[in-house]
Design a protein around this ligand. Sequence first.
Ligand code: BG6
Length: 483
Amino acid sequence: MNTQTHSLRIKDFNLVIFGGNGDLSKRKIIPALFHRFAAGQLKVDFEIFCLSRSPQDRAAFLKEIEGFLGKVDAKKVKAFFEHLFILEVPKNSSEHYGELKSRLEAHPGRQSIFYFSVPSAAFSEICTALKETSLNKENSKVVLEKPLGHNLKSSEEINNIIAGAFKERQIFRIDHYLGKETVQNLMVLRFANHLFERAWNAENIENIQITVAESLGVEKRAGYYDKTGALLDMVQNHLLQLLCLIAMEPPSSLNPDTVRNEKQKVLESLRPFTKKSIETDIVRGQYTRGSSNGKKQNSYLEDIDAYDSETETFVALKTYIDNWRWKNTPIYLRTGKRMKKRYSDIVINFKELPHNIFQDTQHPLRNKLIIRLQPEERIELVQLSKIPGPGGYRFKPISLKLDFIDSFKDRMPDAYERLIMDVIRGNQTLFMRYDELAAAWRWIESITDHWRKCTPLKLYESGTWGPGDDILEDNTEWKTSPK
Ligand code: BG6
Protein backbone atom coordinates (compact mmCIF):
# COMPACT_ATOMS: atom_id res chain seq x y z
CA MET A 1 0.00 0.00 0.00
CA ASN A 2 1.38 3.41 -0.93
CA THR A 3 1.91 6.08 1.70
CA GLN A 4 3.45 9.11 0.02
CA THR A 5 2.67 10.62 -3.33
CA HIS A 6 6.26 11.27 -4.31
CA SER A 7 7.33 7.69 -3.64
CA LEU A 8 5.03 6.38 -6.37
CA ARG A 9 6.62 6.16 -9.79
CA ILE A 10 4.87 7.62 -12.80
CA LYS A 11 4.15 4.73 -15.14
CA ASP A 12 3.52 4.72 -18.90
CA PHE A 13 -0.11 5.45 -19.65
CA ASN A 14 -2.90 5.93 -22.14
CA LEU A 15 -5.46 8.49 -21.09
CA VAL A 16 -8.86 8.18 -22.72
CA ILE A 17 -11.14 11.19 -22.21
CA PHE A 18 -14.82 10.45 -22.76
CA GLY A 19 -16.27 13.86 -23.59
CA GLY A 20 -12.82 14.76 -24.93
CA ASN A 21 -14.05 17.75 -26.92
CA GLY A 22 -16.07 19.09 -23.98
CA ASP A 23 -15.36 22.18 -21.94
CA LEU A 24 -13.72 20.47 -18.98
CA SER A 25 -11.39 18.50 -21.21
CA LYS A 26 -10.24 21.58 -23.14
CA ARG A 27 -10.09 24.01 -20.24
CA LYS A 28 -8.77 21.83 -17.45
CA ILE A 29 -7.78 18.22 -18.18
CA ILE A 30 -5.57 18.71 -21.25
CA PRO A 31 -3.94 21.96 -20.00
CA ALA A 32 -3.16 20.24 -16.68
CA LEU A 33 -1.34 17.46 -18.54
CA PHE A 34 0.47 20.00 -20.67
CA HIS A 35 1.80 21.89 -17.64
CA ARG A 36 3.09 18.70 -16.05
CA PHE A 37 4.69 17.75 -19.38
CA ALA A 38 6.28 21.20 -19.71
CA ALA A 39 7.61 20.88 -16.15
CA GLY A 40 9.39 17.66 -17.20
CA GLN A 41 7.21 15.39 -15.09
CA LEU A 42 5.85 13.21 -17.88
CA LYS A 43 9.04 11.53 -18.98
CA VAL A 44 7.19 8.33 -19.77
CA ASP A 45 5.46 6.87 -22.82
CA PHE A 46 1.99 8.26 -23.02
CA GLU A 47 -0.85 9.06 -25.38
CA ILE A 48 -4.02 11.03 -24.81
CA PHE A 49 -7.14 10.05 -26.74
CA CYS A 50 -9.94 12.60 -26.82
CA LEU A 51 -13.15 10.83 -27.74
CA SER A 52 -15.68 12.78 -29.71
CA ARG A 53 -19.08 11.75 -31.03
CA SER A 54 -18.78 13.92 -34.13
CA PRO A 55 -15.86 14.65 -36.51
CA GLN A 56 -13.46 17.28 -35.16
CA ASP A 57 -11.04 19.45 -37.04
CA ARG A 58 -7.69 18.69 -35.38
CA ALA A 59 -6.11 22.08 -36.11
CA ALA A 60 -9.12 23.97 -34.71
CA PHE A 61 -9.24 21.69 -31.67
CA LEU A 62 -5.57 22.23 -30.85
CA LYS A 63 -5.87 25.98 -31.38
CA GLU A 64 -8.72 26.10 -28.90
CA ILE A 65 -6.68 24.21 -26.33
CA GLU A 66 -3.72 26.50 -26.88
CA GLY A 67 -5.98 29.35 -25.83
CA PHE A 68 -6.23 27.75 -22.36
CA LEU A 69 -2.51 27.17 -21.83
CA GLY A 70 -1.47 30.73 -20.99
CA LYS A 71 1.95 32.08 -21.97
CA VAL A 72 4.03 29.00 -22.66
CA ASP A 73 6.93 27.72 -24.75
CA ALA A 74 5.65 27.00 -28.30
CA LYS A 75 8.18 24.18 -28.80
CA LYS A 76 6.87 22.39 -25.75
CA VAL A 77 3.30 22.82 -26.96
CA LYS A 78 4.24 21.27 -30.31
CA ALA A 79 5.98 18.35 -28.61
CA PHE A 80 3.01 17.81 -26.28
CA PHE A 81 0.48 17.85 -29.10
CA GLU A 82 2.30 14.91 -30.69
CA HIS A 83 0.90 12.82 -27.82
CA LEU A 84 -2.68 13.98 -28.39
CA PHE A 85 -5.21 12.24 -30.65
CA ILE A 86 -8.87 12.73 -31.44
CA LEU A 87 -10.88 9.57 -31.96
CA GLU A 88 -14.36 9.73 -33.37
CA VAL A 89 -16.60 7.32 -31.47
CA PRO A 90 -20.21 8.07 -32.43
CA LYS A 91 -21.70 5.65 -29.89
CA ASN A 92 -20.67 3.94 -26.69
CA SER A 93 -20.95 0.34 -27.85
CA SER A 94 -18.41 -2.40 -28.47
CA GLU A 95 -18.86 -2.15 -32.28
CA HIS A 96 -17.62 1.42 -32.10
CA TYR A 97 -14.69 0.75 -29.77
CA GLY A 98 -12.62 -1.16 -32.37
CA GLU A 99 -10.13 1.61 -33.13
CA LEU A 100 -9.83 2.59 -29.48
CA LYS A 101 -9.10 -1.02 -28.57
CA SER A 102 -6.39 -1.44 -31.19
CA ARG A 103 -4.77 1.89 -30.24
CA LEU A 104 -4.73 0.95 -26.56
CA GLU A 105 -3.56 -2.59 -27.13
CA ALA A 106 -0.73 -1.46 -29.41
CA HIS A 107 1.15 -0.75 -26.16
CA PRO A 108 0.21 -3.56 -23.78
CA GLY A 109 2.61 -2.35 -21.08
CA ARG A 110 0.81 0.96 -20.57
CA GLN A 111 -1.93 1.43 -17.99
CA SER A 112 -5.21 2.78 -19.39
CA ILE A 113 -6.93 5.61 -17.58
CA PHE A 114 -10.54 6.22 -18.56
CA TYR A 115 -11.68 9.72 -17.68
CA PHE A 116 -15.48 9.99 -17.65
CA SER A 117 -15.97 13.67 -18.39
CA VAL A 118 -19.59 13.06 -19.41
CA PRO A 119 -22.94 13.09 -17.57
CA SER A 120 -23.39 10.04 -15.35
CA ALA A 121 -26.31 8.90 -17.53
CA ALA A 122 -23.65 7.71 -20.02
CA PHE A 123 -21.60 5.71 -17.47
CA SER A 124 -23.59 2.51 -17.87
CA GLU A 125 -23.16 2.20 -21.64
CA ILE A 126 -19.46 3.15 -21.42
CA CYS A 127 -18.80 0.52 -18.74
CA THR A 128 -20.69 -2.14 -20.72
CA ALA A 129 -18.74 -1.33 -23.88
CA LEU A 130 -15.41 -1.35 -22.00
CA LYS A 131 -16.26 -4.73 -20.51
CA GLU A 132 -17.38 -6.21 -23.83
CA THR A 133 -14.11 -5.12 -25.43
CA SER A 134 -12.12 -6.36 -22.38
CA LEU A 135 -10.55 -2.93 -21.92
CA ASN A 136 -11.20 -2.84 -18.18
CA LYS A 137 -7.98 -4.59 -17.29
CA GLU A 138 -6.45 -5.10 -13.86
CA ASN A 139 -4.17 -2.09 -14.24
CA SER A 140 -6.85 0.24 -15.70
CA LYS A 141 -8.26 3.17 -13.78
CA VAL A 142 -11.39 5.21 -14.07
CA VAL A 143 -11.79 8.88 -13.15
CA LEU A 144 -15.27 10.15 -12.31
CA GLU A 145 -16.42 13.75 -12.28
CA LYS A 146 -19.30 14.90 -10.14
CA PRO A 147 -22.26 14.93 -9.95
CA LEU A 148 -22.39 11.27 -9.02
CA GLY A 149 -26.13 11.05 -8.62
CA HIS A 150 -28.70 13.40 -7.13
CA ASN A 151 -29.43 11.43 -3.95
CA LEU A 152 -28.20 8.35 -2.11
CA LYS A 153 -30.19 5.93 -4.23
CA SER A 154 -29.04 7.28 -7.59
CA SER A 155 -25.45 7.50 -6.38
CA GLU A 156 -25.67 3.86 -5.29
CA GLU A 157 -26.96 2.93 -8.73
CA ILE A 158 -24.06 4.72 -10.41
CA ASN A 159 -21.63 3.13 -8.01
CA ASN A 160 -22.98 -0.34 -8.80
CA ILE A 161 -22.57 0.25 -12.51
CA ILE A 162 -18.95 1.32 -12.06
CA ALA A 163 -18.28 -1.48 -9.58
CA GLY A 164 -19.45 -3.95 -12.24
CA ALA A 165 -16.41 -3.01 -14.34
CA PHE A 166 -13.79 -1.67 -11.88
CA LYS A 167 -12.68 -2.38 -8.33
CA GLU A 168 -12.70 0.38 -5.69
CA ARG A 169 -8.89 0.63 -5.89
CA GLN A 170 -9.25 1.50 -9.59
CA ILE A 171 -11.87 4.24 -9.06
CA PHE A 172 -10.86 7.90 -8.65
CA ARG A 173 -13.79 10.19 -7.74
CA ILE A 174 -12.52 13.71 -8.31
CA ASP A 175 -13.35 16.69 -6.15
CA HIS A 176 -11.20 19.42 -7.64
CA TYR A 177 -11.21 21.38 -4.34
CA LEU A 178 -8.95 18.72 -2.88
CA GLY A 179 -6.33 19.47 -5.52
CA LYS A 180 -6.10 23.18 -4.67
CA GLU A 181 -2.75 24.04 -3.12
CA THR A 182 -4.16 25.85 -0.07
CA VAL A 183 -6.54 23.01 0.59
CA GLN A 184 -3.67 20.56 0.68
CA ASN A 185 -1.86 23.00 2.85
CA LEU A 186 -4.60 22.56 5.47
CA MET A 187 -3.12 19.16 6.27
CA VAL A 188 0.34 20.68 6.59
CA LEU A 189 -0.91 23.60 8.67
CA ARG A 190 -2.61 21.27 11.10
CA PHE A 191 -0.31 18.28 11.18
CA ALA A 192 3.16 19.70 10.53
CA ASN A 193 2.97 22.67 12.92
CA HIS A 194 2.90 22.61 16.65
CA LEU A 195 0.94 25.76 17.26
CA PHE A 196 -2.61 25.12 16.19
CA GLU A 197 -3.41 21.49 16.82
CA ARG A 198 -3.33 21.97 20.61
CA ALA A 199 -6.10 24.54 20.40
CA TRP A 200 -8.08 22.83 17.63
CA ASN A 201 -11.17 21.82 19.57
CA ALA A 202 -14.45 22.90 21.11
CA GLU A 203 -12.72 24.10 24.24
CA ASN A 204 -10.85 26.81 22.33
CA ILE A 205 -12.84 27.42 19.19
CA GLU A 206 -16.07 29.41 19.22
CA ASN A 207 -17.15 28.53 15.69
CA ILE A 208 -15.90 27.71 12.21
CA GLN A 209 -17.07 29.38 9.02
CA ILE A 210 -16.49 28.09 5.52
CA THR A 211 -17.47 30.35 2.63
CA VAL A 212 -17.18 29.69 -1.07
CA ALA A 213 -18.54 32.80 -2.78
CA GLU A 214 -18.67 33.16 -6.53
CA SER A 215 -19.28 36.36 -8.44
CA LEU A 216 -20.32 34.53 -11.60
CA GLY A 217 -23.89 33.44 -12.16
CA VAL A 218 -25.12 30.17 -13.59
CA GLU A 219 -23.50 30.98 -16.98
CA LYS A 220 -24.19 28.42 -19.72
CA ARG A 221 -25.12 25.58 -17.39
CA ALA A 222 -28.80 26.35 -16.86
CA GLY A 223 -29.96 22.82 -17.75
CA TYR A 224 -27.65 21.18 -15.23
CA TYR A 225 -27.81 23.84 -12.54
CA ASP A 226 -31.57 24.22 -12.35
CA LYS A 227 -31.86 20.51 -11.59
CA THR A 228 -29.04 20.68 -9.05
CA GLY A 229 -28.89 23.92 -7.03
CA ALA A 230 -26.18 25.18 -4.68
CA LEU A 231 -26.67 22.52 -2.00
CA LEU A 232 -25.88 19.62 -4.33
CA ASP A 233 -23.52 21.49 -6.63
CA MET A 234 -21.24 22.85 -3.90
CA VAL A 235 -22.11 21.82 -0.34
CA GLN A 236 -22.50 18.07 -0.90
CA ASN A 237 -18.97 17.85 -2.23
CA HIS A 238 -16.57 20.83 -2.07
CA LEU A 239 -17.69 22.37 1.24
CA LEU A 240 -18.04 19.05 3.02
CA GLN A 241 -14.59 17.99 1.84
CA LEU A 242 -13.11 21.23 3.19
CA LEU A 243 -14.90 20.61 6.45
CA CYS A 244 -13.47 17.11 6.65
CA LEU A 245 -9.92 18.41 6.36
CA ILE A 246 -10.55 21.06 9.00
CA ALA A 247 -12.33 18.79 11.46
CA MET A 248 -10.80 15.33 11.10
CA GLU A 249 -8.61 13.67 13.70
CA PRO A 250 -4.90 13.45 12.84
CA PRO A 251 -4.46 10.35 10.67
CA SER A 252 -1.66 8.05 11.74
CA SER A 253 -0.05 8.24 8.29
CA LEU A 254 -0.67 9.57 4.81
CA ASN A 255 -1.80 6.16 3.65
CA PRO A 256 -4.87 6.89 1.44
CA ASP A 257 -7.23 4.71 3.45
CA THR A 258 -5.98 6.02 6.78
CA VAL A 259 -6.73 9.59 5.68
CA ARG A 260 -10.05 8.64 4.15
CA ASN A 261 -11.09 6.74 7.27
CA GLU A 262 -10.70 9.95 9.28
CA LYS A 263 -12.66 12.00 6.75
CA GLN A 264 -15.36 9.37 6.70
CA LYS A 265 -15.72 9.60 10.49
CA VAL A 266 -16.36 13.36 10.24
CA LEU A 267 -19.07 12.82 7.65
CA GLU A 268 -20.66 10.10 9.79
CA SER A 269 -20.65 12.44 12.81
CA LEU A 270 -22.44 15.33 11.12
CA ARG A 271 -25.64 16.03 13.02
CA PRO A 272 -28.59 15.22 10.73
CA PHE A 273 -31.10 18.01 10.24
CA THR A 274 -34.61 17.77 11.60
CA LYS A 275 -37.73 19.55 10.39
CA LYS A 276 -37.22 21.99 13.24
CA SER A 277 -33.52 22.71 12.68
CA ILE A 278 -34.14 23.18 8.96
CA GLU A 279 -36.46 26.07 9.84
CA THR A 280 -33.87 27.84 11.96
CA ASP A 281 -30.47 26.71 10.71
CA ILE A 282 -30.69 26.83 6.93
CA VAL A 283 -31.35 29.64 4.56
CA ARG A 284 -31.62 29.27 0.83
CA GLY A 285 -31.71 32.07 -1.69
CA GLN A 286 -31.88 32.91 -5.36
CA TYR A 287 -30.27 35.90 -7.06
CA THR A 288 -32.29 38.67 -8.62
CA ARG A 289 -31.14 41.52 -10.84
CA GLY A 290 -28.34 43.68 -9.53
CA SER A 291 -24.77 44.48 -10.39
CA SER A 292 -21.54 42.62 -9.88
CA ASN A 293 -18.13 42.67 -11.56
CA GLY A 294 -18.95 46.31 -12.41
CA LYS A 295 -21.81 45.24 -14.71
CA LYS A 296 -25.57 45.11 -14.53
CA GLN A 297 -26.61 41.51 -14.02
CA ASN A 298 -29.71 39.51 -14.87
CA SER A 299 -31.77 37.61 -12.38
CA TYR A 300 -31.42 33.83 -12.11
CA LEU A 301 -34.76 33.37 -13.86
CA GLU A 302 -33.60 35.55 -16.74
CA ASP A 303 -30.32 33.61 -16.87
CA ILE A 304 -32.10 30.28 -17.18
CA ASP A 305 -34.86 31.74 -19.34
CA ALA A 306 -37.74 30.55 -17.14
CA TYR A 307 -40.77 32.12 -15.46
CA ASP A 308 -40.39 30.22 -12.29
CA SER A 309 -37.86 28.11 -10.43
CA GLU A 310 -37.47 27.01 -6.84
CA THR A 311 -33.76 26.24 -7.29
CA GLU A 312 -31.41 27.87 -4.80
CA THR A 313 -28.29 29.68 -5.99
CA PHE A 314 -27.27 30.40 -2.40
CA VAL A 315 -27.29 28.33 0.73
CA ALA A 316 -26.03 28.98 4.23
CA LEU A 317 -26.39 26.57 7.10
CA LYS A 318 -25.33 25.90 10.63
CA THR A 319 -24.39 22.38 11.58
CA TYR A 320 -22.52 20.43 14.28
CA ILE A 321 -20.13 17.52 14.39
CA ASP A 322 -21.29 15.25 17.17
CA ASN A 323 -18.01 13.95 18.48
CA TRP A 324 -15.70 14.56 21.40
CA ARG A 325 -13.53 17.20 19.74
CA TRP A 326 -16.27 19.39 18.28
CA LYS A 327 -19.11 19.05 20.76
CA ASN A 328 -21.61 21.89 20.21
CA THR A 329 -19.23 24.01 18.12
CA PRO A 330 -21.30 25.71 15.42
CA ILE A 331 -20.00 25.11 11.91
CA TYR A 332 -21.28 27.56 9.35
CA LEU A 333 -21.21 26.71 5.66
CA ARG A 334 -22.11 29.27 3.03
CA THR A 335 -21.94 29.32 -0.75
CA GLY A 336 -23.61 31.29 -3.48
CA LYS A 337 -23.45 32.52 -7.01
CA ARG A 338 -23.49 36.20 -8.09
CA MET A 339 -22.18 37.35 -4.77
CA LYS A 340 -20.23 40.52 -4.22
CA LYS A 341 -16.80 39.04 -4.87
CA ARG A 342 -15.26 35.70 -5.75
CA TYR A 343 -13.54 34.47 -2.67
CA SER A 344 -13.36 31.38 -0.53
CA ASP A 345 -12.11 31.15 2.95
CA ILE A 346 -12.21 29.20 6.15
CA VAL A 347 -12.39 31.23 9.33
CA ILE A 348 -11.58 29.71 12.69
CA ASN A 349 -12.97 32.01 15.38
CA PHE A 350 -11.22 31.31 18.68
CA LYS A 351 -13.00 31.78 22.01
CA GLU A 352 -12.53 34.85 24.11
CA LEU A 353 -9.79 34.50 26.73
CA PRO A 354 -11.15 33.47 30.14
CA HIS A 355 -9.90 36.56 31.99
CA ASN A 356 -9.04 40.09 30.90
CA ILE A 357 -6.22 41.80 32.80
CA PHE A 358 -6.35 44.86 30.52
CA GLN A 359 -9.27 46.56 32.22
CA ASP A 360 -9.17 49.73 30.10
CA THR A 361 -9.80 48.06 26.74
CA GLN A 362 -13.20 47.26 25.31
CA HIS A 363 -11.70 44.87 22.76
CA PRO A 364 -12.77 41.24 23.12
CA LEU A 365 -9.60 39.19 23.64
CA ARG A 366 -9.85 36.63 20.90
CA ASN A 367 -8.00 35.48 17.81
CA LYS A 368 -9.10 34.50 14.36
CA LEU A 369 -7.35 32.27 11.87
CA ILE A 370 -8.32 32.94 8.27
CA ILE A 371 -7.35 30.48 5.59
CA ARG A 372 -7.99 32.15 2.27
CA LEU A 373 -8.32 29.67 -0.56
CA GLN A 374 -9.06 32.00 -3.45
CA PRO A 375 -8.56 34.26 -5.30
CA GLU A 376 -5.28 34.80 -3.48
CA GLU A 377 -3.91 31.97 -1.34
CA ARG A 378 -3.04 33.13 2.12
CA ILE A 379 -3.11 32.30 5.78
CA GLU A 380 -3.80 35.12 8.18
CA LEU A 381 -3.71 35.07 11.97
CA VAL A 382 -5.60 37.98 13.46
CA GLN A 383 -4.15 38.86 16.83
CA LEU A 384 -4.41 41.83 19.15
CA SER A 385 -1.52 44.28 19.37
CA LYS A 386 -0.88 47.33 21.51
CA ILE A 387 -1.26 50.66 19.75
CA PRO A 388 2.12 52.36 20.40
CA GLY A 389 2.26 55.34 22.73
CA PRO A 390 1.44 56.28 26.28
CA GLY A 391 -2.07 56.32 27.69
CA GLY A 392 -2.58 52.77 28.81
CA TYR A 393 -3.27 49.70 26.78
CA ARG A 394 -5.17 50.40 23.60
CA PHE A 395 -5.52 47.46 21.22
CA LYS A 396 -5.82 46.94 17.52
CA PRO A 397 -6.30 43.64 15.67
CA ILE A 398 -3.27 43.06 13.44
CA SER A 399 -2.90 40.31 10.88
CA LEU A 400 0.14 38.10 10.63
CA LYS A 401 0.01 37.13 6.96
CA LEU A 402 1.60 34.30 5.08
CA ASP A 403 1.07 35.01 1.41
CA PHE A 404 1.80 32.02 -0.76
CA ILE A 405 2.53 34.08 -3.84
CA ASP A 406 5.20 36.03 -1.91
CA SER A 407 6.69 32.96 -0.27
CA PHE A 408 6.62 30.66 -3.27
CA LYS A 409 7.20 32.72 -6.38
CA ASP A 410 6.47 29.97 -8.90
CA ARG A 411 3.14 29.73 -10.69
CA MET A 412 0.50 27.95 -8.62
CA PRO A 413 -0.39 24.69 -10.33
CA ASP A 414 -4.05 24.18 -11.10
CA ALA A 415 -5.89 21.65 -8.92
CA TYR A 416 -6.27 19.28 -11.87
CA GLU A 417 -2.50 19.01 -12.33
CA ARG A 418 -2.00 17.48 -8.92
CA LEU A 419 -5.07 15.28 -9.14
CA ILE A 420 -4.36 13.86 -12.59
CA MET A 421 -0.75 13.13 -11.60
CA ASP A 422 -2.08 11.30 -8.56
CA VAL A 423 -4.31 9.19 -10.81
CA ILE A 424 -1.35 8.32 -13.05
CA ARG A 425 0.69 7.40 -9.98
CA GLY A 426 -2.20 5.52 -8.40
CA ASN A 427 -2.46 7.55 -5.19
CA GLN A 428 -6.08 7.69 -3.99
CA THR A 429 -5.56 9.91 -0.93
CA LEU A 430 -7.21 12.96 -2.48
CA PHE A 431 -10.12 11.06 -4.03
CA MET A 432 -13.38 10.18 -2.38
CA ARG A 433 -14.06 6.62 -1.38
CA TYR A 434 -17.60 5.41 -1.95
CA ASP A 435 -18.46 5.23 1.76
CA GLU A 436 -17.49 8.92 2.12
CA LEU A 437 -19.80 9.81 -0.72
CA ALA A 438 -22.64 7.74 0.76
CA ALA A 439 -22.22 9.40 4.19
CA ALA A 440 -22.31 12.84 2.56
CA TRP A 441 -25.50 11.88 0.73
CA ARG A 442 -27.16 10.59 3.91
CA TRP A 443 -26.57 13.93 5.64
CA ILE A 444 -27.69 15.90 2.57
CA GLU A 445 -30.88 13.86 2.46
CA SER A 446 -31.71 14.93 6.02
CA ILE A 447 -31.98 18.40 4.44
CA THR A 448 -33.51 17.67 1.05
CA ASP A 449 -36.25 15.45 2.50
CA HIS A 450 -37.91 18.50 4.04
CA TRP A 451 -36.35 21.77 3.11
CA ARG A 452 -38.47 22.82 0.18
CA LYS A 453 -41.48 22.73 2.52
CA CYS A 454 -39.76 24.20 5.57
CA THR A 455 -37.57 27.00 4.21
CA PRO A 456 -38.94 29.66 1.90
CA LEU A 457 -36.65 30.72 -0.93
CA LYS A 458 -35.27 34.20 -0.20
CA LEU A 459 -34.41 36.50 -3.05
CA TYR A 460 -31.10 38.41 -2.90
CA GLU A 461 -29.74 41.06 -5.17
CA SER A 462 -26.85 40.08 -7.46
CA GLY A 463 -23.63 41.59 -6.16
CA THR A 464 -24.52 41.26 -2.46
CA TRP A 465 -23.51 38.72 0.18
CA GLY A 466 -26.89 36.96 0.17
CA PRO A 467 -29.22 36.23 3.09
CA GLY A 468 -26.73 34.30 5.26
CA ASP A 469 -27.15 36.39 8.42
CA ASP A 470 -30.43 34.75 9.43
CA ILE A 471 -28.79 31.64 10.83
CA LEU A 472 -26.04 33.27 12.85
CA GLU A 473 -25.93 33.15 16.61
CA ASP A 474 -25.63 36.35 18.66
CA ASN A 475 -22.19 37.98 18.55
CA THR A 476 -21.23 36.18 15.36
CA GLU A 477 -20.93 37.68 11.94
CA TRP A 478 -19.80 36.43 8.58
CA LYS A 479 -16.40 37.58 7.62
CA THR A 480 -17.07 39.33 4.34
CA SER A 481 -14.33 41.84 3.90
CA PRO A 482 -11.90 40.83 1.19
CA LYS A 483 -10.17 44.02 0.11
C1 BG6 B 1 -17.93 23.28 -9.67
C2 BG6 B 1 -19.38 23.69 -9.65
O1 BG6 B 1 -17.78 22.00 -9.12
O2 BG6 B 1 -17.16 24.20 -8.92
C3 BG6 B 1 -19.53 25.10 -10.23
O3 BG6 B 1 -20.15 22.78 -10.43
C4 BG6 B 1 -18.61 26.06 -9.51
O4 BG6 B 1 -20.88 25.53 -10.16
C5 BG6 B 1 -17.19 25.52 -9.45
O5 BG6 B 1 -18.64 27.29 -10.21
C6 BG6 B 1 -16.32 26.39 -8.56
O6 BG6 B 1 -14.97 25.98 -8.70
P1 BG6 B 1 -13.78 27.02 -8.44
O7 BG6 B 1 -12.54 26.17 -8.50
O8 BG6 B 1 -13.87 28.04 -9.54
O9 BG6 B 1 -14.02 27.61 -7.10
